[in-house]
Design a protein around this ligand. Sequence first.
Ligand code: ADP
Ligand code: MG
Length: 724
Amino acid sequence: MTGNNVRLQAIKDVEAYVPPTPIHPEDTPGDIFGENVFSVSVMQRRLPKTVFKSVLATIERSEPLDPLVADAVASAMKDWAMEKGATHYAHVFYPLTGLTAEKHDSFLDPVGDGTALASFSGKTLIQGEPDASSFPNGGLRNTFEARGYTGWDVMSPAYVLENPNGNTLCIPTVFISMTGEALDHKTPVLRSQQAMAVHAERVLRLFGHEDPDRIVAYCGPEQEYFLVDSHFFLARPDLLNAGRTLFGAKPPKGQEFDDHYFGAIPERVLGFMMETERELFKLGIPAKTRHNEVAPGQFEVAPMFERANEASDHQQLLMTIFKQVAQKHGMECLFHEKPFAGVNGSGKHVNFSIGNSELGSLLVPGATPHDNAQFLVFCAAVIRAVHLYGGLLRVSVASASNDHRLGANEAPPAIVSIFLGDQLADVFDQIAKGGATRSKESGTLTIGVDTLPDLTKDPGDRNRTSPFAFTGNRFEFRAAGSQQTVAAPMVVINTIMAEALDYCATQLETAVAAGTDFNEAVQTLLATIVADHGAVIFNGNGYSDEWPIEAEQRGLKNLRTTVDALPELISPEAIELFGKYAVFNEREMHSRYEIGLEQYILTVGVEANLTLEIGTTTILPAAIRYQTELAANVAALKAAGLEADLSTLQAVSAPLADLRAGLATLAELIGHEHGDDALATATKIRDEVLPAMNAVRAAADTLETLVADDLWSLPTYQEMLYIL
Ligand code: ADP
Ligand code: MG
């Protein structure tokens, strides 16, 4: 029997595993950085001057790409890619599954005489038509209209992805339906960046920047992940199919990292980290990898911030690279938000700011009162945006998997509030009381022309419990899930900032036109925003039991689960907001809502099936075998006239009965047909199926602590978390 135990076999295989020999590249990171990217400097070298200027106008000033130059760009791009060993090209897009999709085509076109010619026209560069009927579209496209269109996002550079079987030129694209509606995550990022920029620039003009360069949204995502040895991973059908463990008793060691195992980790993980860093560098992704000690087996990588559309493409690419490199090193990289119950889950902190290379981040408190006023307006815009549309921020990070993390005392609560830090909170306090005149930290009185205080660059502490925290030159939205695209939160941030900046610009423009002094108009605006929206500012402990109660009194939403959050997408306010700023029309909003529900139902549905299957075919038999052994032992003892202790048998029999009952309940729930109402189905799944899965798990986890080790064939938490 032991011979068939995949867990015991996995342990042997892990012991025998020899990691790949470390590569010691001669070249320095500087040499390889961006090596595989068709970057601006590559274009400058390879494109005719006029063509280059035209493309640059698109990249830097968001001007539409001139189709007349597309052929020249395509031809240069093809030559460059083929020199880098590319045989194929792919339009890479980001469908609403949250994954990355690619449509590959060969550069070679057969010609009449039986040979083939490498070709790649401007038309193929800027537009593709993947058969896309299998991607979710939430009713936006009838299935018989299988076609979707991909279009090059010129602002996100093309790159060559290496593969032992041949390299591919990858072109980041939007993905839209025949009617031009967005079927992806990139399209709304681009639309929302544009909307935000228009109104940010209006505000800047009021502050005397006559012709500012295009304002963009920056995003720097911090990514957490787990590494698990492949042998264990493959012996866990739940990890393999659902990305998280549906069973597993708490390890005796708990969450604390143990020195004993620590010694074995660095070499192998470091080998992995070095290689990922190298691969990311080649693709022009500036990443700092580092160890994270929150949970055993958990790590973090933080790429440098970039424009939101590029950052979200890079973020997707990073996850792909991490998975590939981990496998080369005999490990699996887990991006699931909660792969292991009882130890911390993984998030993706979305650091965001707005600005441009000319002005830097507009969320940096300046050194002079004049800059301060401008900073405070942008900061007040954030306060307004988050207060009015906290529900939309919440839904932008809602998923079945992130539900295990948000509000679970390790990630921010499901209530969206803002942390400003002592100094800024104090400044806004003073503004509310009739004008800020002094900065708390320095204690000096700085009465400027506009009676605003000097601000220091990094005011206040960090607050890990806040979902939306000011961190000195940016805000950090900490609620995003580790496997989700950063595009969804960035779309919401951009759009709600567009609204808030539109409001600020309009208020100021109107006041100035009516003859009000500009500084006075700014003071009034800031005071109004604090009065109307100050309720969203919370510097206290977001994990405390009092906060949900206080938040409710403040009128802040507490959308605990995905099912609670999704209807935010189709609220009249949301539809009006996204429509007004041309980010989503009503149909697109509804499609996202439908897809959100569909994904939730599918995700939990798969997990429920897996729970039933693993419970029935793996855990139940192990427990029954052990029970049989114990019963035989009791019988044998009795037959020998000895006293038989029944306590072990009884201890196993009780959770075994619970397991049977739990599996029966779950089977019945799964067998139940769902109606057409997706929200009702999702609600039922949340309220009945998830608890039924938990009941099965509770019984199984108790059995894990009782059943003989050689009968247990699922790798344990201890093994998965500590052996790397
Ligand atoms: P910390 O460890 O304090 O959170 P890091 O230096 O690791 O800070 O930065 C976290 C992330 O924030 C990185 O991805 C970084 O590029 C990003 N970041 C830094 N400044 C900005 C900014 N102005 N706008 C957007 N992201 C930023
Ligand atoms: Mg951070």
